[in-house]
Design a protein around this ligand. Sequence first.
Ligand SMILES: *Cc1c(COP(=O)(O)O)cnc(C)c1O
Length: 470
Amino acid sequence: MSTLFRHLPSVAQVLAGLDADPDIAALPRPLVKEQINDFLDICREEIRSGVIVDAAALALPALMPRLTAFVRARSRPHFRRVLNATGVVIHTNLGRSVLARAAMEAVAEACAHYSNCEFDLTTGKRGSRYSHVEKILCDITGAEAALVVNNNAAAVLIMLETLARGREVIVSRGQLVEIGGSFRIPDVMAKSGAILREVGATNRTHIQDYERAIGDETAALMRVHTSNFRMVGFTKEVSLPEMRALGDRYGLPVIEDLGSGTLCDLAGHGLPGEPTVQQVVAQGADVVSFSGDKVLGGPQAGIIVGRKEYVERIKRNPLNRAVRIDKMTLAALEATLRLYLDMDTARREVPTLRMITASQDSLRSKARRLADAVRAELGDTAGVAMRKGFSRVGGGAFPEYDLPGTLVSVDVAGISAESLREALLNTDPPLVARIEDDTFLLDPRTLASSELKLAAGALRQAVDTIKDKS
Ligand SMILES: *Cc1c(COP(=O)(O)O)cnc(C)c1O
């Protein structure tokens, strides 16, 4: 055994061998050396444990294929593209919304050059960062004023801090939600310095509940979209027009955290009626916040629209500097919002909207192309079939609502759905799929047409890896 160790190539020899691969030659030297050392450590361990028993296996040409794959895999950037075959359109863990082409191009332009980010080209003096999106947000939503911050959590925090710090905000018990990722309305309220005044019962809140809670300390009435959960049965929430009327009677602002928010009425696409931002503004909410990267389909951002007096106060809040939106986001957001100037254009160009509103025919056709591609890669060893199934909007929008579509099931003899799922996490690119009742499923809704072949290729890599190991 000890003689075997002497047959291991040196780091310098390995490095020289690897340099023939242009991709590896382009990597930072220290990174490659570190991977080589790790690889040689693995070889030493395999000699010790008797996995490697002859010197021929340690010759550089024999080690090369495994070594190249090892160094490539370990030197990849950590942040990577992933194929989303889960059918969850707004998948927070997978980066939420895929941007429209126009938004992507605007980001590239904003990164590559200086810009008028905070510079007024009419005066040649310092300008406002919000100027790029304020007018278009007002035009689309009908609001008097607008600003944007880092995300909707920050939007809620700064609305409350500005309008209600040290005073009470009245919220229905049915709306004290946890969105996930540790965003809970009572906690955010506490962090803002506002005092939560909860009213009503878990399932039912009446206008009188709000009215009885109003006192000298009241700063605002607040409504929160329940997002990722839905209450059914004997329930009641107070409508926005009723809240508006109550606010008017007592001179109190009405704050609305819409969560996802949508600028485009999706009721025509079979989705349950959700008020659009435009409707909420028209019904008299004073300040409304929603996310840039949920149903809107833009970059991560928190959008605040509403009455000028309140929005201007929020803009002047020093906290605003800490939750400031960056130039790449601004560029992407403006480009996305421009698509909404025509709703048909938005539905066609914004990937999130396109995926949510995809027709049954287009989903069936995409499933067929995906199934064909998978069959072409896996051959007769795999059972590939199309079946009716459901996708989800995700991102807390349209909770518990199933989007009907066509899925592709894949069954490879001798390989469990779970091991296939696991192996797909290490393919290039990785693919995230779904398992239902022990069946491995691909949902084509969240794969672009250009990704169908890549998905099939990933399956092939996964199956090959599993077979190599056994
Ligand atoms: C998603 C959501 C948030 C948080 O928005 P982010 O953009 O994730 O920061 C806040 N409130 C509600 C109701 C939500 O659904």
